[in-house]
Design a protein around this ligand. Structure first.
Ligand code: ATP
Length: 281
């Protein structure tokens, strides 16, 4: 095999509770990650020994080790103990700095593709590399629609299938706070005595394929960090969404609809930059 092409899907967090700051300065979270049907196309080809090359159709993104997909290949070869060489091409469709995990998903796609090309590392080692790249990368390695995350978010547990049909209207607005800044702002707003909440109600509603219950149990603590969240959420509710929530650490807001038609109708009515994607793939 000379090349592998992967669809690197985006994600939303249907639940994201942030606990207090730990002694190591990080935060414990309880989160439910859910793949969404918008994807980057990542093609990984065998290259010249010793060389990692990256091309990307988004010229604003770095094509060196500052790109997390490039870094993923570097780490893979470090673990193998030899750089076999690889050419990576990314067709970027997941909005950048949106809170939809695009970079993390690209990095996982590179690890999975290298594994298909060379097959020299165990899944556990790939997971270890993924966790060293970022808290969201391990999720994408599992290629599952939905998983429960604990610890910093990288400790993952299976939580069944996504049995309901839901469509997100994704609204882009404002500037992203880096994930670090978002945690800092949250600590400033809430103090440091935060109770970590459990995703049990959401998981139950998902198991019962109850979209109404899912909508009622979705929550994301980072919503507090964005002043414009309420305004966008109100606009989405006005157009009939069952729940408006923030994607990851923001700034994208997702409005949940039970039909593609309803979601597309809402998109046309909104004065923001929007797109529609299915929850799950
Ligand atoms: P998350 O939800 O994991 O916080 P995000 O969607 O908010 O992610 P990304 O788009 O994944 O953010 O990454 C944003 C930053 O990472 C940008 O500064 C960008 O330059 C850098 N970056 C590095 N590699 C990539 C990549 N392959 N795709 C997107 N951004 C990348």
């Amino acid at each position: 095999m000379e090349a592998v092409t992967k669809k690197a899907y985006g994600k939303v967090n249907l639940f994201l509770s942030v606990g207090g700051k730990r002694s190591d300065g990080r935060h414990d979270v309880e989160t439910v990650l859910c793949r969404v049907g918008v994807y980057d196309t990542v093609t990984v080809r065998r290259g010249s020994a010793g060389e990692i090359k990256l091309t990307c159709d988004d010229s604003a993104l770095p094509v060196n080790e500052e790109n997390i997909a490039y870094l993923a290949a570097m780490r893979y070869f470090e673990h193998v103990g030899a750089c076999h060489g690889v050419d990576i091409d990314i067709k970027k469709r997941i909005p950048v700095k949106a809170g939809m995990g695009g970079g993390s998903s690209d990095a996982a796609a590179v690890l999975l593709a290298l594994d298909e090309l060379y097959g020299e590392l165990s899944f556990d080692t790939l997971l270890e590399i993924a966790a060293s790249l970022g808290a969201d990368v391990p999720f994408f390695l599992y290629e599952k629609d939905i998983m429960l995350g604990k610890g910093t978010g990288a400790e993952l547990f299976e939580c069944g299938e996504l049995g309901f049909e839901g469509y997100g209207v994704f609204v882009s607005h404002g500037e992203k706070l880096s994930t670090g800044k978002a945690y800092e702002r949250l600590d400033n707003i809430r103090g440091n005595a935060n109770q970590l909440k459990k995703a049990d109600n959401l998981l139950l509603a998902i198991a019962e394929k109850d979209l109404f219950g899912v909508a009622g149990a979705i929550e994301n603590d980072f919503e507090l960090c964005y002043e414009s969240f309420e305004e966008i959420a109100d606009a989405l509710y006005g157009l009939g969404c069952s729940k408006a929530f923030l994607c990851g650490s923001g700034p994208t807001v997702c409005g949940l609809f039970d039909s593609l038609e309803g979601a597309e109708r809402a998109c046309v009515m909104l004065r923001y930059k929007t797109f529609v994607a299915k929850l799950g793939i």
